[in-house]
Ligand binder design. Structure first.
Ligand SMILES: *Cc1c(COP(=O)(O)O)cnc(C)c1O
Length: 391
């Protein structure tokens, strides 16, 4: 077959299985009310949980740093791309998370790949939750280590699979699961890791900023130190509202990563202005108790309202509140219906989620009002939506 014919065949098949994906075009900033594909929509699908992506203080910090440092960092951190805002941000993130040191990566995907490739080789072992984020799945595969997946949040099953070995072992888990919104059994995982002398790495992309008294995430909420959870990965593009990611932990770990993590060594440092903007958003996160309280109120409002409508919700107390529809066609139809009502909730389909669990991934943000949530609930209460769920 002609090489392009293969692509055409694949694309056609994606269409037939309702798996075809396309981007939408936003013409306004990241915030609940946006113009997308030319339509005014109230959105419930962003990861900007605290509404900081478009916050004036964050924008101002970005602009100021761009005036001072320009836009591009020009080189990798180890060459001459590491500037003062990067250094300040790393120190601030270490302090924020109660870890000795932190290392900035350009994306969370790269941070995950960097850590596993630095720490493990083909004689080593990774234990991964079945519902881990795709970047953790890829990180595990690319490390070359032997990968064992355990049933979602099943620490008893994990306990049986861990070994007594001199080879390196790493337990990998999302902190807050990105598509379900539930939380890893982190205390149990920490105990198992300690018993087996294994590393434990938590990807807290969706906990950071949202959970914990100061927003330092799941590990702050669970009061777990670096000796309990030696590797913490956090992303900056979600609740922190900017871009990039970091790994925080013991100094030996961070120094080791600087020598060996290829996705950190061989890539251009993020723009200094992004680091400066993140410093500003980090301050807002730390003082953001009121934002987290408001967000919690919205979560409770949504859950109570949805339960009254008879919708099946998941075991989630986080801003991620999925409504499972099952088939791809149902999830797409539900999303299209909501869009006709002026509400955007994108449909999430395999392989992002397991087969047969296509869903609307509703996310809430502190930038939403209770009136916004009422509007969403009213749309979910319409007959045409209920028919979709009932099928
Ligand atoms: C978004 C996400 C990532 C990837 O982070 P990026 O900075 O967007 O590359 C990693 N892990 C989880 C759980 C995520 O949700």
């Amino acid at each position: 077959m002609d090489k392009f014919a293969k692509l055409h065949a694949f694309l056609q098949q994606q269409q037939q299985q309702q798996l075809y994906r396309r981007t939408r075009l936003a013409e306004t900033a990241q915030q609940p009310r946006r113009i997308i594909d030319g339509k005014a929509l109230l959105t419930f699908c962003s990861n900007d949980y605290l509404g900081l992506a478009n916050h004036p203080a964050v924008i101002q910090a970005f602009q100021q740093a761009a005036n001072e440092y320009g836009v591009g960092s020009g080189a990798a951190h180890l060459v001459n791309g590491h500037s003062k805002p990067h250094q300040q941000l790393e120190e601030a993130l270490a302090e924020f998370t109660g870890r000795a040191q932190a290392l900035l990566f350009s994306t969370g995907y790269m941070a995950n790949i960097g850590v596993t490739n630095a720490l493990l080789g083909r004689h080593d072992f990774i234990y991964a939750d079945k519902l881990n984020h795709a970047s953790l799945v890829d990180a595990a595969l690319l490390s070359g280590a032997k990968v064992t997946r355990y049933a979602h949040n099943d620490s008893a099953q994990l306990a049986k699979r861990l070994q007594h070995t001199e080879h390196t072992q790493l337990i990998l888990t999302d902190g807050v699961f990105s598509m379900d919104g539930d939380v890893a059994p982190i205390q149990a995982l920490a105990r198992l890791a300690q018993q087996a002398n294994a590393w434990l790495m938590v990807d807290d992309a969706h906990g950071l900023g949202v959970l914990g008294k100061t927003g330092a995430g799941l590990l702050e909420q669970a009061a777990l130190s670096a000796s309990d959870v030696p590797i913490l990965m956090g992303t900056l593009g979600k609740a922190l509202g900017t871009a990039g990611a970091f790994v925080a932990g013991d100094s030996a770990l961070i120094e080791y990563l600087k020598q060996t993590a290829r996705s950190w060594i061989f890539t251009t440092a993020q723009p200094p202005a992004v680091a400066a903007a993140t410093l500003a958003s980090l301050a807002l996160v730390q003082q953001g108790q009121h934002l987290r309280e408001h967000l919690q109120q919205l979560i409770q409002q949504f859950r109570q309202g949805a339960e009254q409508l008879g919708l099946q919700l998941m075991d989630s107390q986080t801003p991620i509140q999925p409504i499972i529809l099952g088939s791809n066609a149902h999830a797409l139809a539900a999303s299209t219906y909501l869009e006709s009502q002026g509400i955007l909730v994108t449909a999430i389909r395999p392989p992002t989620v397991p087969q047969g669990t296509a869903r609307l991934r509703v996310t809430l943000s502190a930038a939403h009002s209770t009136v916004d949530v009422e509007r969403l609930l009213a749309a979910l209460d319409q007959q045409s939506f209920k028919q979709l769920v009932a099928q």
